[in-house]
Design a protein around this ligand. Sequence first.
Ligand code: ASP
Length: 322
Amino acid sequence: MSTHMSAARAVGEENVQPPATLTLHRASADPWALAIHGGAGGRILELGEQADYASGLREAHAAGEAVLSGGGSALEACCAAVQSLEENPLFNAGRGAALAKDGRAELDASVMDGASGLAGAVLASQHAKSPVRAARAVMEHTDHVMIVDPPAELVREWSLEVADPEWFVTERRLAQLRRLLDKSESGPRHGTVGAVAFDANGHLAAATSTGGISAQDVGRIGDTPVIGAGTYARDGLAALSCTGEGEAFLRGVEAYDVAARMRYAGCDLPSAVAATIEETLTEKGSSGGLIAVVPTGEMVIAHNSPMMFSAYRDGAEVRVHL
Ligand code: ASP
């Protein structure tokens, strides 16, 4: 069962974002839960495009759910879902990701495992075919949390696939970059993909992956690989994955802000999410969204951007928002 609600706020001034839209999904009979997103966007999809985006989201959701229904971990479910979106050139992650000003894809990704409290991230990655798998490898094979652009040899050492930097670059993204640089296109330039999951053993996890913001400065890093800003998971509390104007999410420590409201102030998930979006995004004139799950299996998909591509199971159906 899903309900839609709006966080109350004053509207009518110039230049303000719309109130946050929260889609609340209460726990189902399954002993697990999974929500995924394909980015908070400003562009309304044309009819022809909708079917392709919807099937990409369904495919990714199915990849994550196959892990959970087979007794796999929340962490693996998140990685499987995110990797599927990375491999789909429609989404801003992996191949087909947004390009920096110099025409290269600099990919950021992170994972956090609620069970162990460990996390891993890659920044400006150009060699790991799956940035989210590389982020997980940082967590599992090193003593670190973040590594900038793990070189091909290291990626191979982790038994992961290597790709040439050009492999990530698509014609569609190059054309978009040209339009942005010659100023014939403006408007929202972000995207990002992510997943949050709760598994049958009671563990939570989150994963997020992105190319950042189209035509971003070379070397710019957003919120996605920063634990607490773009991604956060803690067993017994919540798992969150964010998307939107990364600088606002960094300043607001968005994902952790929601978790902290729940942990220290005793807020429930929907009210924590609504308050965080209001204070760290809407009041600052910034836009984006997040997905979250708590150990009851309750999920929230929230955004103050015009759109939020996402998918989650509702009883017998997988619901897709475009
Ligand atoms: N948050 C990402 C970044 O700033 C972009 C996005 O989610 O659209 O890099």
